[in-house]
Structures are given as structure tokens and as C-alpha cells.
Design a binder for this molecule. Sequence first.
Ligand code: HEM
Length: 146
Amino acid sequence: MSKLQASEYQKVHKLHPPVPLLLPRKATKDVEIAGFTVPKGAQVFVNVWAIGRDESTWDNPHTFIPERFLRSNVDFKGQNFELIPFGAGRRICPGFPLAIRMLYLMLGSLINSFDWKLEDENMDMEEKFGITIMKAQPLRAVPVAI
Ligand code: HEM
């Protein structure tokens, strides 16, 4: 999905999907994965973007369907590797207890206080790839007094 009509977007009243990224790690011992040997000490990147778009785990992985999580037992706190927005294990994001409280508070306040519309009629969902993934074109959302 590269372009989404503003009208379609407003109809479904959804917010931007989570930002995917690559998590750097070092192999602590020699491991064999899919016929390849990853030697001890090698730098590896956990591709959280690909994990989040794995068709064997998620239906329509490229479509933004936040309701999918309402009927799912998959948690985001690092125990279920299908979904690790805050990482997992010893280097899990130490800010996540704060982040999950602030996100609900900030988003809830913004949605409760305003209606929102897009500055541009078309929403460009093109991505710019890096260690983190950003939108290629910044999202310009305009608050409208309720
Ligand atoms: C929605 C908000 C946030 C997301 C999605 C997020 C996500 C992440 C991710 C994926 C990592 C890497 C974890 C890993 O390597 O396994 C990380 C690390 C980290 N985060 Fe966050 N984070 C968020 C908010 C915060 C906040 C609010 C703070 C601090 C107040 C914070 C502080 C840190 C620190 C210090 C690390 C490095 C931990 C380490 O390398 O041991 N984060 N975060």
C-alpha cells in the first residue's frame, strides 16, 4: 500500500502503524540457521520489520489492521517473538513501562480533544529504510476543533 485516499483513511479512523527496525546483537556461540553457520562473535541484526510482516504469523501482514491485536494472545512485552516493538531479553527497552503509559495518555488526549484530517488528500505510505524505518514523506495531520 503506497497511497491511501484520505477519505478511506478517515473512514476507518486509524492511526499510524508502529515503527519497525533492526536490533543489533552479537552471536554468543556458533549457531547453524537454515544451513548457514553464524560464527561466535558475529554481528547479527534481528529484522523486526520482517518478523512483523511474516505471512506465516500474520494475516494480511502489509495491511494496517490494529484490531488484529484485540483477538490475539500475542503480547508485546518481549515474551512473544512474533511481536517485539520494544525488543526482548536483557536489552529490552527499559523505557517501555513509561512509553506504554505515555502513549495511551498522549494519543487518547489528542484523539479526544480534536478531530484530525490530512493536509494532503493522498497519504503517502512510502517508507525510508535504515536502522529505523521512517515515512519517506512526513505525516502532516491537521487538528480540527471539535
Ligand atoms: C513507543 C516508545 C518506544 C519504543 C517503541 C522503544 C523501542 C525500543 C527498542 C526496540 C529498543 C531496543 C531493544 C533491544 O535491543 O532488544 C529500545 C532500547 C532502549 N530504549 Fe526504548 N522504546 C520506546 C521508548 C523509550 C523511552 C520512553 C525510553 C526512556 C525513557 C527508552 C529508553 C531506551 C533505552 C535506554 C534503550 C537501550 C537499552 C539497552 O540497550 O540496553 N525507550 N527501545
